[in-house]
Design a protein around this ligand. Structure first.
Ligand code: NAD
Ligand code: MG
Length: 396
């Protein structure tokens, strides 16, 4: 098949997913051209990326940072145009010359540019799971209305996508799908004693056994809220209700997820835990390209094991299922409270085990909120954060 060059915007280019995306794209200069790169505050990293990839645009969080980057790039003889702020993020996501948008900003901050890409009908590679948790219906409606192509980057969802029929249309029954089985590594505290969790530090929480990731998602993996957010993400991506999405703890992270069919078949996608696999899969879909990932050595792995998730040790997982079943604004509230609690934990202002308490209390207190429009989503996010911050202060 002949391919034309695809112009790519990477939102969150300096993060873990952003860098892996550029690593894959750089292996295929005949297929991908970098149109825009964005970062929040990492001027040095974005400067290096601008010299290496010569994008048309670079976007930073504020004018100050943008000014610094602009003058450094001029000095280096680069003609990259530097923009700032959230409006600029949306502009480089929806720009008419862009074909593909990698949505890899962490947290609710990534929603608006990801939604802009979806509304503009782009090929959207979605790593930013929080966008779907916050505004699943709005986001999926935007994709349907514009005809955007939405491809999941989260390794579990990418695995499920690969195990589903090519013509799957968000209806499990129409394709004989019985269950979606999301695998979870169990994070660094899978077998720690409950009492030991009281004194967990940010460094311990961020030391994931199998994956190297940004700090927020690393803490989410340690509380298993990451899997909770992924259950909600799977609901929106694949149209499956909570009772058809099961979590299976699989500490080796070799099976990235599975789909069970009505006839008893279970299809799995396997591979080394390296995000370049799902990224390359989505970048090239429906073709396959080299990702720089080494072959899976099954003899070295030798055995794959499975455990039931422990909802007592990981109350965040139970809270996420509860929010999904409740519907309405509950998932958005859960996400906002989690982001605030995780930020406080990383700042050493909240104990690890209180993260779940803050989220539970915020869910109890948040009433009368809705998520039917972008304005409502943003207002709900803000209100839930206010409540969560009060709860965090009460924990001190
Ligand atoms: P990261 O912290 O390494 O990088 C985040 C990126 O977003 C950086 O480029 C940062 O500059 C930018 N950013 C942060 N705050 C911002 C703001 N307020 N406005 C604009 N830009 C901002 O995170 P990551 O690990 O790469 O994760 C990115 C997303 O991908 C998250 O939603 C995460 O859940 C998801 N994800 C990550 C992995 C992984 O292996 N890292 C796997 C699956 C899904
Ligand atoms: Mg994942």
């Amino acid at each position: 098949m002949t391919t034309s060059v695809q112009r790519l915007t990477v939102l969150g280019a300096t993060g873990s997913i952003g860098m892996s995306t550029l690593d894959v794209a750089e292996r295929h200069p005949d297929r991908f051209e970098i149109f825009a790169l964005t970062a929040h505050r990492q001027i040095d990293a974005l400067f290096e990326q601008c010299l290496r990839f010569s994008p048309r645009f670079a976007v930073l969080g504020d004018d100050n940072a943008a000014g610094l980057l602009r003058s450094r790039l001029r000095e280096a003889g680069s003609s990259v145009e530097v923009l700032a702020g959230s409006r600029a993020l949306a502009e480089v996501a929806e720009h008419p010359e862009v074909d593909v948008v990698m949505a890899a900003i962490v947290g609710a901050a990534g929603l608006q540019p990801a939604l802009a890409a979806a509304r503009a009908g782009k090929k959207v590679l979605l790593a930013n799971k929080e966008a779907l948790v916050l505004s699943g219906r709005l986001f999926m409606d935007a994709v349907a209305a514009s005809g955007a192509l939405l491809l999941p980057i989260d390794s579990e969802h990418n695995a499920v996508f690969q195990a589903l029929p090519a013509d799957y249309r968000r209806d499990p029954d129409a394709c004989g799908v019985r269950r979606i089985l999301l695998t979870a590594s169990g994070g660094p505290f899978r077998s720690a004693k409950l009492a030991e969790l009281d004194a967990v530090t940010p460094e311990q929480a961020c030391a994931h056994p199998n994956w190297v990731m940004g700090r927020k998602i690393s803490v989410d993996s340690a509380t298993m809220m990451n899997k909770g957010l992924e259950v909600i993400e799977a609901h929106w991506l694949f149209g499956a209700p909570a009772e058809r999405i099961d979590v299976v703890v699989h500490p080796q992270s070799v099976i990235h997820s599975m789909v069970e069919y009505a006839d008893g078949s279970v299809l799995a996608q396997l591979g080394n835990p390296d995000m370049r696999t799902p990224i390359a899969h989505a970048l090239a879909w429906p073709e396959r390209i080299e990702a720089g990932v080494r072959s899976l050595d099954l003899f070295e792995i030798a055995r794959l094991t499975f455990e039931r998730p422990d909802f007592e040790r990981f109350p965040c997982l139970a809270l996420a299922y509860r929010a999904l079943r409740e519907g309405g604004a509950a998932a958005a509230v859960l996400n906002a409270a989690n982001e605030e609690a995780v930020a406080a934990f990383l700042d050493r202002g909240l104990a690890f085990r209180r993260i779940a308490d803050v989220i539970a209390a915020t869910l109890e207190r948040a009433h009368g909120l809705s998520v039917d429009s972008l304005d409502e989503v943003l207002a709900t996010d803000e209100r839930a954060r206010e409540i969560a911050r009060e709860e965090i202060r009460n924990c001190r």
